[in-house]
Design a protein around this ligand. Structure first.
Ligand SMILES: NC(=O)c1ccc[n+]([C@@H]2O[C@H](COP(=O)([O-])OP(=O)(O)OC[C@H]3O[C@@H](n4cnc5c(N)ncnc54)[C@H](O)[C@@H]3O)[C@@H](O)[C@H]2O)c1
Length: 384
């Protein structure tokens, strides 16, 4: 059993997600732990090469993290058999063309979400990868958040009885950059449709796989999207018009009968347990699922409120909830998925989070926008 290395082209990783989640907390963390252990006990060690448009930025990133290889010549590394995997975390509008080049070069492909901004492109890229016979996948990181893993265990153990409904609240206040003391904390492209921005395109692809995996397959959507803030300041300090939605208020029906309602907004101030929480109510128990924590209230512990607005509530509604303990050490969600993708490539381990699955998320975003435009419920048909 000898350890092996596997070359990974990491494209567009000078951005937020590419640097923090994929390079530092996934690939470099996997290298630091000595690689991924395969089923025969040997170790697979990722060898990244960083690629991008700006030679200085890519070099600085590589130097800052001790990565030996970087280049702006993508064709050269695509032609190099030392790199069987291509990963893309560049801007959404560029993903399809990058993936097509990589697939044409025979690479296995893995990428950030959304895989495209419209479902026709997302499906086309999935089909291209399938026709070429390359392994493929897309990020569905929320599935490995500790809060969601705790929820899945509770569900498996029958804690909820019959799950009735889910109320998801996602978001926080994103500063407009109007005041120097409150600079922007998200890239400006997020607020420009022409650059792949928009809250629905960004978040509804996450809600699709969260709902499909946790509650039931999404069958219908009703969505009100809004652009509450029409102007923001960009990275250079210039005001620009926001050309896409920054908030969405949506209801999703599922084939299990569970009704899921998700509010997503970059214009809300947080007074809840986390930046993303889901309240799951079932006949036998309820949970508040956060990013890392999860609180539960069983039927037997449910207080009996009486409506009386003339007095302060005699019940502390937070008191009768218990926090689910960490029963395992939880690794970074992106790293967990990367390890599974590496095993998928190296030894054909199962990896259901394919480009085709990713296309379902793009489909839900597209149909949510159609619902908003037409002001009605839209069916979500099975894809492909
Ligand atoms: N999984 C998640 O939770 C999550 C969260 C945020 C963003 N994302 C996705 O990750 C992607 C990147 O988002 P971000 O927030 O890191 O954005 P960002 O603006 O910080 O980074 C984008 C990166 O792509 C590079 N880039 C842009 N055009 C390129 C091109 N033509 N060639 C090569 N590189 C190019 C930029 O230089 C930058 O390095 C987006 O698709 C976004 O939807 C996913």
């Amino acid at each position: 059993m000898s350890d092996k290395t596997i070359g990974i082209i990491m494209n567009g990783v000078t951005g937020r997600m590419g640097t923090n989640q994929h390079l530092v907390r996934s690939i470099l963390a996997i290298r630091e732990q000595g690689g991924v252990v395969l089923s025969d006990g040997s170790r697979l060690i990722p060898e990244p090469v960083l690629t991008g448009r700006n030679a200085d930025k890519v070099r600085r990133l590589a130097e800052a993290h001790g990565v030996a290889k970087h280049t702006t010549d993508l064709d050269a590394v695509l032609a190099d058999p030392a790199y069987p995997i291509f990963f893309d975390a560049s801007g959404t509008p560029y993903r399809k063309a990058f993936l097509e080049r990589a697939i044409a070069a025979g690479k296995h492909v893995y990428c950030e979400k959304p895989t495209a901004t419209v479902v026709a492109d997302a499906l086309s890229i999935a089909e291209t990868a399938e026709a070429a016979g390359v392994k493929n996948g897309t990020v569905q990181d929320k599935l490995w958040l500790p809060g969601i893993r705790k929820f899945q265990l509770l569900k498996e153990q029958g804690f909820f009885g019959r799950i009735l409904s889910v109320r998801g609240e996602f978001g926080y206040w994103v500063f407009t950059g109007e005041y120097d003391g409150q600079p922007i904390q998200r890239p400006s492209w997020n607020y420009r449709k022409e650059d792949g921005g928009g809250l629905v395109v960004d978040m509804h692809c996450h809600w699709r796989y969260v709902i499909d995996n946790c509650f039931g397959n999404v069958t219908r959507v009703f969505c009100k999207a809004a652009r509450h803030i029409p102007e923001r300041r960009d990275e250079a300090g210039n005001m620009y018009p926001c050309t896409t939605d920054d908030s969405a208020y949506a209801v999703f029906e599922t084939d299990s009968g569970v009704v899921c309602q998700f509010n997503s907004s970059w214009n809300v101030r947080v007074r809840r347990d986390d930046l993303f929480t889901m309240q799951v109510d079932g006949t036998k128990g309820s949970a508040i699922v956060g990013l890392r924590k999860c609180w539960v209230q069983h039927e037997s512990m449910t207080p009996r409120p009486v409506w009386n607005p003339d007095i302060d509530s005699p019940i502390d509604y937070y008191a009768d909830w218990n926090e689910v303990p960490d029963q395992l050490p939880f690794d970074n969600a992106f790293k967990v998925q990367w390890e599974m993708f590496l095993k998928h490539v190296a030894e054909d381990a199962p990896f259901p989070w394919t480009l085709r699955e990713g296309a379902k998320g793009v489909q839900l975003a597209e149909l949510s926008l159609q619902s908003d435009a037409e002001g009605r419920w839209i069916d979500v048909p099975a894809l492909g």
